[in-house]
Design a protein around this ligand. Structure first.
Ligand SMILES: [Zn+2]
Length: 81
């Protein structure tokens, strides 16, 4: 059983809370080995978050790379339209 509310692997949980603080959408949706999703609010791309990653540190790094890729610096610059 995977408990709700917080990711069971602390390395992943801390990246997810960082993502939330950065405005990303964390959707908890357990299904098999899946824990949920992390969604970029700007371009709506998402990444699957595993609840049972074989290597929690590398899974956390993968999520961190997604966050870095979706920084969308133009988000803070104001719209030009
Ligand atoms: Zn994005």
């Amino acid at each position: 059983m995977v408990s709700r509310g917080r990711h069971p692997k602390s390395a992943v949980a801390s990246v997810l809370s960082k993502a939330k603080a950065g405005g990303f959408i964390v959707k908890e949706d357990h299904n098999g080995h899946r824990w949920g999703y992390l969604r970029c609010p700007t371009c709506t791309h998402r990444i699957t978050v595993s609840g049972t990653p074989r290597n929690p540190d590398s899974h956390a790094k993968k999520i961190e790379a997604f966050i870095a890729r979706h920084g969308h610096e133009d988000r803070q610059m104001g719209s030009t339209q």
